[in-house]
Write a protein that binds this ligand. Structure first.
Ligand code: AKG
Ligand code: FE2
Length: 256
């Protein structure tokens, strides 16, 4: 089979799954949890064939194009980002299935059913998809918000919860880049923690949910984050300081 036929077949399986493999109750429950907590696990949105093919491509990309980054940003209260990444333009150049999944209109419509509003391609390309590997003890994607409204995270590898790597969220919070006041957010609102396993998928309201990955004390964690915009994002003026530094290297963040 030619590579483009294989990718075409995989995209078709994903579309079929969204029509026949998900029942209304699953959408409803997911929407309720998402609106309530800003976080919901949605592993039912993709068949095994999609998850396996994405995982294989992500492993290949991180092995060949992963770059170690150790940074922190004043816009998120100097929380650490200690990780290895593959950025959007490398994934687009060397990947084949990831860009197709991201571009799938059916898949974005499925996410829109969970969000309760349209889920759009991110107008800022570096935030469309990024691979992140936490590989050393102490590695973390520290507390932050994202510039755009939604993220879908595909979990390829994750250590047992005793070794960290789970996600923590503080929903219904706002990012003031001048004065993020993280401690004030923790004191005024509860922190919710969610265990993840390989094969999990979760959907996050990233602009109003403060979130982080608990630091690793062992094992390895590998994900791809696909970022999406809301209609409201398209009217906002969004500055990209932290993401430019993390994913583009166009402005150096401070060393963590
Ligand atoms: O690794 C995760 O689960 C979250 C990643 C994340 O928050 C991000 O890439 O902005
Ligand atoms: Fe994030």
């Amino acid at each position: 089979m030619r590579p483009d036929e294989r990718i075409g077949g995989l995209v078709q399986s994903l579309s079929k799954h969204l029509i026949h493999g998900v029942d209304e109750k699953q959408w409803e429950r997911a929407r309720r949890d998402f609106l309530d907590l800003g976080f919901v696990k949605v592993p039912f949105l993709a068949p095994e064939s999609t998850k396996t093919a994405l995982a294989d491509e992500i492993e290949m990309l991180v092995a060949e194009h992963g770059v170690r980054r150790e940074m922190s940003f004043k816009e998120t209260g100097h929380t650490p980002r200690l990780m290895r990444n593959v950025r959007h333009h490398e994934i687009r150049r060397h990947g084949s299935f990831i860009p197709e999944v991201y571009a799938s209109e059916e898949f974005r419509e499925a996410l829109g059913k969970v969000a309760g509003e349209p889920v759009l391609e991110c107008p800022y390309e570096p935030e469309r998809y990024v691979i992140t590997e936490l590989e050393q003890s102490g590695d973390t994607h520290g507390w932050h918000w994202d510039d755009y409204s939604f993220a879908l995270v595909w979990v390829v590898a994750c250590p047992p919860v005793e070794h960290g790597g789970f996600v923590q969220c503080v929903p219904r919070t706002r990012w003031n880049k001048e004065d993020p006041q993280l401690h004030r957010q923790f004191i005024t609102r509860p922190i919710h923690s969610f265990e993840l396993r390989p094969g999990d998928l979760y959907f996050l309201r990233t602009d109003t949910t403060l979130h982080r990955v608990y630091p690793l004390s062992g094992g390895r964690r590998l994900i791809i984050n696909m970022g999406y915009a809301s209609r409201a994002d398209l009217d906002k003026r969004i500055s990209h300081e932290t993401m430019d530094s993390l994913w583009n290297g166009s402005r150096e963040g401070q060393n963590a």
